[in-house]
Design a protein. Structure first.
Length: 430
């Protein structure tokens, strides 16, 4: 069989167990060097590897040879891949999927994702990077065509190719500068992105989902008060919408910037887009809601360059139909919380329909470490509702906000409980 396929054109050379090679445009030595640039270890036993845009499959087969469980994905099925897999006796799982069809729900998540020679072929390159991030537990190895770096006032630029301007191919859509490539990787949600090499208009970049571990603390940990959706001001997010996390926190440090605040969602780093002061000791940091989050509860923490991690605050992802998913709930005390006060705050922006009348703001005490909106019930008038946001004020004091479409009469009775615990004593809305 090997002799019958020797004459077939390949992009990848394929080295066979008997020492012969199926020749391709790229030599085996060149491709080994490409993996070495990224520091891919010789021993990949116990690792899962995803090869996006596998083409003839050398990288897939080489990672399998090093011991990994490998899934190879491409938009078309190639005989050259199938022939090589048979000659090698390979068990690589070969899937025919476009990048937009990839998801962790279909494929699971991987220790290493290869994203070689794919980005500039995509009509939606940032979406492609988000898909790679969703499928990764940490490392995505990106190799792409880039345009030369030049002296520009804005170095992060990208050329767009409407037709066949790049190499005469109709599926070459963009050429980022190296600076733009890194900016796109961070904008897709990677905590760290680093160029390892640029040669012959090709750049190799390693992307990581985790921040470096914090050094010994030289400043107190910040206190994370609450997390909300920038559009709706509630702690709910939709998987198909482009929404941002607004994180409100307190810190003893001054002059914090996007380079000194490190947000984490479920332990994965998320780059800050803006950090702003909200008053003495108060800050707001905004970042993109990470793509590919499962429906249910998710945990946010943050730290500064000089501190350890903050307390945890929760938000929830809806399913694709926009419904809340009941997930595991932390064990909560059955004793009633202490309802300190409840206040009606008129709306400061009557354009927002969800809070047109204002907000019901409840302050209560409970020794719990973490609460989600689904953990709190508030009863007032003839209504029993979950709050739209729950915030930790520190020292066991919590704030629960309910956005209102209609006002509340003064002295309306109100009470509050955690999960299915006991209700607090009745109080009056001030």
């Amino acid at each position: 069989m090997a002799q019958s396929v020797q004459a077939r054109f390949r992009y990848h050379s394929i080295d066979l167990p008997d020492g012969s090679i199926l020749p391709g445009l790229q030599s085996v030595e060149h491709m080994r060097r490409r993996l070495a640039i990224f520091g891919v270890p010789d021993d990949l036993r116990g690792k899962r590897v995803l090869d996006i845009g596998a083409w003839d499959g050398w990288f897939s087969f080489e990672c399998e040879r090093r011991g990994a469980e490998v899934v190879a994905v491409d938009c078309v099925e190639l005989d050259t891949f199938l022939e090589a897999r048979e000659l090698l006796g390979s068990k690589v799982d070969y899937r025919i999927l476009d990048v937009v069809e990839l998801s962790a729900a279909k494929l699971g998540r991987f220790d290493i994702v290869l994203f070689f020679g794919v980005l500039y072929h995509l009509r939606h390159p940032l979406l492609g990077l988000e898909k790679a991030l969703e499928l990764s537990t940490n490392q995505v190895l990106v190799e792409s065509f880039v345009i030369p770096s030049e002296a520009r006032s804005i170095p992060a630029v990208m050329e767009f190719y409407e037709r066949a301007e790049l190499g005469g191919q109709i599926d070459n859509w963009c050429g980022p500068s190296p600076e733009c490539l890194l900016a796109m990787c961070r904008s897709a949600g990677f905590a760290q992105a680093e160029i390892l090499e640029i040669t012959s208009q090709r750049a190799s970049a390693i992307c990581r989902r985790h921040w470096p571990e914090p050094v010994a603390a030289r400043a107190p940990a910040p206190h994370l008060n609450s997390v909300a959706n920038n559009r709706t001001h509630v702690a709910l997010f939709h998987p198909d919408k482009e929404e941002y996390l607004c994180c409100y926190f307190k810190s003893a440090e001054t002059d914090l910037t996007v380079d000194s605040v490190f947000v984490e969602v479920d332990g994965y780093g998320v780059p800050a887009l803006v950090v702003a002061s909200t008053g003495p000791g108060g800050y707001q940091v905004n970042c993109l809601r990470p793509p590919g989050l499962d429906p249910g509860r998710h945990v946010v923490r943050l730290r500064t360059a000089l501190s350890q991690r903050s307390n945890a605050v929760e938000f929830a992802m809806l399913d694709r139909e926009g419904k809340e998913v009941a997930g595991p709930r932390p064990e909560l005390p059955t004793v009633p919380p202490e309802l300190c006060s409840a206040e009606f705050h008129p709306s400061g922006d009557r354009r927002l329909t969800a809070a047109k009348a204002g907000s019901l703001v409840c302050y209560f005490r409970s020794p719990v470490e973490r609460l989600g909106c689904a953990d709190v019930e508030i009863e007032f008038g003839n209504s029993t509702v979950h709050p739209h946001t729950v915030g930790s004020l520190g020292d066991g004091v919590w704030q629960a906000n309910v956005l209102l479409s209609a006002g509340i009469a003064p002295n309306t009775e109100i009470r509050l409980r955690l999960a299915a615990g006991e209700w607090s004593p009745m109080s009056l809305i001030g």
